[in-house]
Design a protein around this ligand. Structure first.
Ligand SMILES: O=C(O)COP(=O)(O)O
Length: 228
Protein backbone atom coordinates (compact mmCIF):
# COMPACT_ATOMS: atom_id res chain seq x y z
CA UNK A 1 0.00 0.00 0.00
CA UNK A 2 1.40 3.39 -0.93
CA UNK A 3 0.40 6.45 1.13
CA UNK A 4 1.45 9.73 -0.42
CA UNK A 5 1.24 13.27 0.83
CA UNK A 6 -0.16 15.86 -1.63
CA UNK A 7 1.32 19.39 -1.31
CA UNK A 8 5.00 19.47 -2.36
CA UNK A 9 4.95 15.67 -2.75
CA UNK A 10 2.48 14.89 -5.54
CA UNK A 11 1.96 18.53 -6.52
CA UNK A 12 4.31 21.46 -6.60
CA UNK A 13 4.12 24.96 -5.13
CA UNK A 14 5.59 26.23 -8.43
CA UNK A 15 2.41 24.98 -10.13
CA UNK A 16 0.08 26.38 -7.47
CA UNK A 17 -0.37 22.82 -6.18
CA UNK A 18 -2.40 21.81 -9.24
CA UNK A 19 -1.60 18.19 -9.97
CA UNK A 20 0.02 17.62 -13.34
CA UNK A 21 -1.78 15.33 -15.77
CA UNK A 22 1.23 13.05 -16.27
CA UNK A 23 1.52 12.51 -12.50
CA UNK A 24 -2.24 11.83 -12.20
CA UNK A 25 -2.02 9.33 -15.04
CA UNK A 26 0.73 7.26 -13.37
CA UNK A 27 -1.04 7.38 -9.99
CA UNK A 28 -4.29 6.20 -11.61
CA UNK A 29 -2.47 3.39 -13.41
CA UNK A 30 -0.70 2.42 -10.19
CA UNK A 31 -3.96 2.54 -8.20
CA UNK A 32 -5.53 0.01 -10.57
CA UNK A 33 -2.87 -2.52 -9.45
CA UNK A 34 -2.03 -1.57 -5.88
CA UNK A 35 -3.67 0.30 -3.03
CA UNK A 36 -2.76 3.98 -3.23
CA UNK A 37 -4.02 6.60 -0.78
CA UNK A 38 -3.42 10.33 -0.83
CA UNK A 39 -2.76 11.40 2.77
CA UNK A 40 -3.07 15.16 3.03
CA UNK A 41 -3.78 18.07 5.31
CA UNK A 42 -6.09 19.45 2.62
CA UNK A 43 -9.84 19.71 2.90
CA UNK A 44 -12.28 17.83 0.66
CA UNK A 45 -13.14 20.96 -1.35
CA UNK A 46 -9.63 21.02 -2.83
CA UNK A 47 -9.82 17.53 -4.33
CA UNK A 48 -11.67 18.73 -7.43
CA UNK A 49 -9.76 21.98 -7.64
CA UNK A 50 -6.21 20.62 -7.34
CA UNK A 51 -6.50 16.95 -8.22
CA UNK A 52 -9.02 16.83 -11.02
CA UNK A 53 -8.86 13.46 -12.79
CA UNK A 54 -7.02 11.75 -9.97
CA UNK A 55 -8.51 8.39 -8.92
CA UNK A 56 -6.54 6.93 -6.04
CA UNK A 57 -7.96 4.02 -4.00
CA UNK A 58 -8.96 6.60 -1.42
CA UNK A 59 -8.07 9.75 0.48
CA UNK A 60 -7.07 10.56 4.00
CA UNK A 61 -7.85 14.27 4.29
CA UNK A 62 -7.72 16.97 6.99
CA UNK A 63 -4.46 15.57 8.28
CA UNK A 64 -6.05 12.28 9.30
CA UNK A 65 -9.43 13.64 10.36
CA UNK A 66 -11.42 11.99 7.57
CA UNK A 67 -10.99 8.89 5.39
CA UNK A 68 -12.73 8.75 2.00
CA UNK A 69 -12.85 5.35 0.38
CA UNK A 70 -15.22 4.50 -2.47
CA UNK A 71 -18.56 5.95 -1.39
CA UNK A 72 -17.71 5.61 2.31
CA UNK A 73 -16.63 8.44 4.55
CA UNK A 74 -15.21 7.90 8.02
CA UNK A 75 -14.65 10.79 10.44
CA UNK A 76 -11.92 9.90 12.92
CA UNK A 77 -13.07 12.09 15.76
CA UNK A 78 -15.81 12.10 18.37
CA UNK A 79 -18.62 14.56 19.02
CA UNK A 80 -16.78 16.09 22.03
CA UNK A 81 -14.27 17.60 19.66
CA UNK A 82 -16.74 20.09 18.21
CA UNK A 83 -17.32 21.85 21.52
CA UNK A 84 -13.56 21.92 22.18
CA UNK A 85 -13.12 23.35 18.68
CA UNK A 86 -15.61 26.14 19.44
CA UNK A 87 -13.57 27.13 22.51
CA UNK A 88 -10.36 27.22 20.47
CA UNK A 89 -12.06 29.32 17.78
CA UNK A 90 -13.13 31.82 20.45
CA UNK A 91 -9.50 32.04 21.63
CA UNK A 92 -8.25 32.60 18.09
CA UNK A 93 -10.86 35.35 17.60
CA UNK A 94 -9.79 36.98 20.85
CA UNK A 95 -6.13 36.92 19.84
CA UNK A 96 -7.00 38.20 16.35
CA UNK A 97 -5.38 35.15 14.72
CA UNK A 98 -6.93 34.46 11.30
CA UNK A 99 -8.06 30.87 10.66
CA UNK A 100 -10.39 28.75 8.59
CA UNK A 101 -12.41 25.77 9.70
CA UNK A 102 -12.57 22.43 7.92
CA UNK A 103 -15.03 19.63 8.57
CA UNK A 104 -12.85 18.50 11.49
CA UNK A 105 -9.71 20.58 11.90
CA UNK A 106 -8.82 24.28 12.11
CA UNK A 107 -6.32 25.79 9.68
CA UNK A 108 -4.07 28.72 10.58
CA UNK A 109 -2.02 29.65 7.53
CA UNK A 110 1.26 31.61 7.67
CA UNK A 111 1.09 31.08 11.39
CA UNK A 112 4.75 31.22 12.31
CA UNK A 113 4.51 34.60 14.02
CA UNK A 114 1.76 33.16 16.23
CA UNK A 115 3.65 29.94 17.01
CA UNK A 116 4.00 30.69 20.73
CA UNK A 117 0.30 31.54 21.12
CA UNK A 118 -0.74 28.43 19.23
CA UNK A 119 1.48 26.28 21.41
CA UNK A 120 -0.45 27.49 24.44
CA UNK A 121 -3.47 25.55 23.21
CA UNK A 122 -3.67 22.46 25.40
CA UNK A 123 -7.10 21.14 24.46
CA UNK A 124 -5.86 20.11 21.02
CA UNK A 125 -2.77 19.28 19.05
CA UNK A 126 -1.01 21.70 16.70
CA UNK A 127 0.81 20.25 13.71
CA UNK A 128 2.83 22.19 11.19
CA UNK A 129 3.24 22.00 7.46
CA UNK A 130 6.12 24.40 6.79
CA UNK A 131 4.69 27.76 7.99
CA UNK A 132 1.08 26.65 8.17
CA UNK A 133 -0.48 25.21 11.29
CA UNK A 134 -3.34 22.77 11.74
CA UNK A 135 -5.21 22.39 15.02
CA UNK A 136 -6.82 19.03 15.57
CA UNK A 137 -7.95 16.52 18.19
CA UNK A 138 -5.02 14.90 20.04
CA UNK A 139 -5.70 11.51 18.48
CA UNK A 140 -5.90 12.76 14.89
CA UNK A 141 -2.80 12.40 12.73
CA UNK A 142 -1.86 10.97 9.36
CA UNK A 143 -0.29 8.03 11.21
CA UNK A 144 -3.37 7.18 13.27
CA UNK A 145 -5.54 7.38 10.16
CA UNK A 146 -3.23 4.90 8.40
CA UNK A 147 -3.41 2.49 11.35
CA UNK A 148 -7.20 2.79 11.32
CA UNK A 149 -7.30 2.24 7.56
CA UNK A 150 -5.12 -0.87 7.78
CA UNK A 151 -7.39 -2.48 10.32
CA UNK A 152 -10.54 -1.30 8.51
CA UNK A 153 -9.31 -2.97 5.30
CA UNK A 154 -7.78 -5.95 7.10
CA UNK A 155 -4.58 -5.04 5.26
CA UNK A 156 -1.60 -7.18 6.28
CA UNK A 157 0.92 -6.18 3.59
CA UNK A 158 3.69 -3.62 3.56
CA UNK A 159 3.14 0.13 3.67
CA UNK A 160 5.16 2.85 1.95
CA UNK A 161 4.78 6.50 3.02
CA UNK A 162 5.94 9.37 0.80
CA UNK A 163 6.20 12.90 2.16
CA UNK A 164 8.07 16.16 2.51
CA UNK A 165 7.15 18.04 5.65
CA UNK A 166 6.56 18.03 9.43
CA UNK A 167 2.98 16.72 9.29
CA UNK A 168 4.32 13.64 7.47
CA UNK A 169 6.35 12.56 10.52
CA UNK A 170 3.36 10.69 12.09
CA UNK A 171 2.90 8.99 8.69
CA UNK A 172 6.60 8.02 8.63
CA UNK A 173 6.25 6.65 12.16
CA UNK A 174 3.78 3.95 11.11
CA UNK A 175 4.94 2.82 7.64
CA UNK A 176 7.37 0.06 6.65
CA UNK A 177 9.26 2.23 4.18
CA UNK A 178 9.70 6.00 4.45
CA UNK A 179 10.30 7.88 1.21
CA UNK A 180 11.14 11.59 0.98
CA UNK A 181 10.92 13.66 -2.19
CA UNK A 182 14.08 15.63 -3.16
CA UNK A 183 12.46 18.88 -1.98
CA UNK A 184 11.59 17.50 1.49
CA UNK A 185 12.68 19.34 4.63
CA UNK A 186 16.09 18.20 5.99
CA UNK A 187 14.49 16.54 9.05
CA UNK A 188 12.21 14.49 6.78
CA UNK A 189 15.10 13.48 4.54
CA UNK A 190 17.11 12.37 7.54
CA UNK A 191 14.23 10.14 8.74
CA UNK A 192 13.69 8.61 5.31
CA UNK A 193 14.85 5.20 4.09
CA UNK A 194 14.88 6.54 0.56
CA UNK A 195 15.39 10.09 -0.66
CA UNK A 196 14.19 10.47 -4.23
CA UNK A 197 16.42 12.18 -6.82
CA UNK A 198 13.62 14.37 -8.14
CA UNK A 199 11.24 16.86 -6.62
CA UNK A 200 7.55 16.37 -5.81
CA UNK A 201 5.38 14.69 -8.50
CA UNK A 202 8.39 13.92 -10.71
CA UNK A 203 10.00 11.99 -7.86
CA UNK A 204 6.79 10.13 -6.96
CA UNK A 205 6.16 9.26 -10.61
CA UNK A 206 9.64 7.71 -10.98
CA UNK A 207 9.24 5.84 -7.72
CA UNK A 208 5.86 4.35 -8.72
CA UNK A 209 7.31 3.37 -12.10
CA UNK A 210 10.13 1.52 -10.33
CA UNK A 211 7.51 -0.51 -8.45
CA UNK A 212 5.49 -1.10 -11.62
CA UNK A 213 8.66 -2.20 -13.48
CA UNK A 214 9.43 -4.71 -10.73
CA UNK A 215 12.61 -2.87 -9.72
CA UNK A 216 11.17 -2.41 -6.22
CA UNK A 217 9.19 -5.29 -4.77
CA UNK A 218 6.41 -3.82 -2.69
CA UNK A 219 5.81 -7.20 -1.00
CA UNK A 220 9.35 -7.80 0.16
CA UNK A 221 10.12 -4.67 2.14
CA UNK A 222 12.27 -3.52 3.86
CA UNK A 223 14.48 -2.99 0.85
CA UNK A 224 18.04 -1.71 0.91
CA UNK A 225 18.52 2.04 1.20
CA UNK A 226 19.52 3.03 -2.29
CA UNK A 227 20.09 6.73 -2.01
CA UNK A 228 20.24 9.27 0.73
O1 LIG B 1 -1.35 21.72 4.59
C1 LIG B 1 -2.15 21.41 3.71
O2 LIG B 1 -3.26 21.94 3.59
C2 LIG B 1 -1.81 20.30 2.75
O3 LIG B 1 -0.71 19.63 3.10
P1 LIG B 1 -0.15 18.19 2.73
O4 LIG B 1 -0.82 17.68 1.48
O5 LIG B 1 1.31 18.49 2.49
O6 LIG B 1 -0.42 17.37 3.92
Amino acid sequence: MVLSDFDRTLSSDRESFILREDVAKIVNYFSAKYLFFVVTGRERKYINILARGLSPTGWIIENGGIILIKDKEIKLTDENWYSIREKIIKKLDKEGIPYSVGEVIIYVNSAFENKRKLEEIVEAKVEWNRNDAMIMPHNVSKGNAVLFLKSYLGFKGKTIGIGDSQNDIPLFNVVDLKVAVANALPEIKSMADIVLDKEDGEGVKDFLLRILNGEINIDSLPIKRFSK
